[in-house]
Write a protein of this length. Structure first.
Length: 105
């Protein structure tokens, strides 16, 4: 006589369905993120021509609410300085070059 292990039924779906984010909230977050990105890009487009000659390929970190920025050669240092000053605000980092991109994918 062989003994078989009882198999548990597979549960399908989310592990914690009560933590599901509604689609309206996801759409609101995406719109907020896109608006912040456009605002940061406009700050970058205004400031970049003034700084690109002296600080080419340095990093510039913007605080979106005030429009203030910090520049440094190292991305980690620039972000640490900004976190010390602005706390948990929304920060956006660009590289001072023609495109503003920091890394390659």
């Amino acid at each position: 006589m062989t003994h078989t292990k009882p198999t548990r039924p597979r549960r399908q779906g989310r592990l914690f369905p009560e933590y599901t984010i509604p689609p309206e909230e996801l759409a609101r977050r995406k719109a907020e993120k896109d608006a912040g990105g456009k605002k940061a890009r406009s700050y970058f487009d205004q400031i970049c021509p003034q700084l690109i000659d002296q600080h080419y390929n340095w990093f510039i970190t913007f605080e979106l609410n005030s429009g203030d920025y910090l520049i440094d050669q190292d991305i980690e240092v620039a972000e640490q300085k900004a976190r010390q000053i602005y706390g948990s605000g929304w920060l956006v980092t660009f590289r001072l070059n023609e495109t503003g991109t920091c890394d390659r994918i």
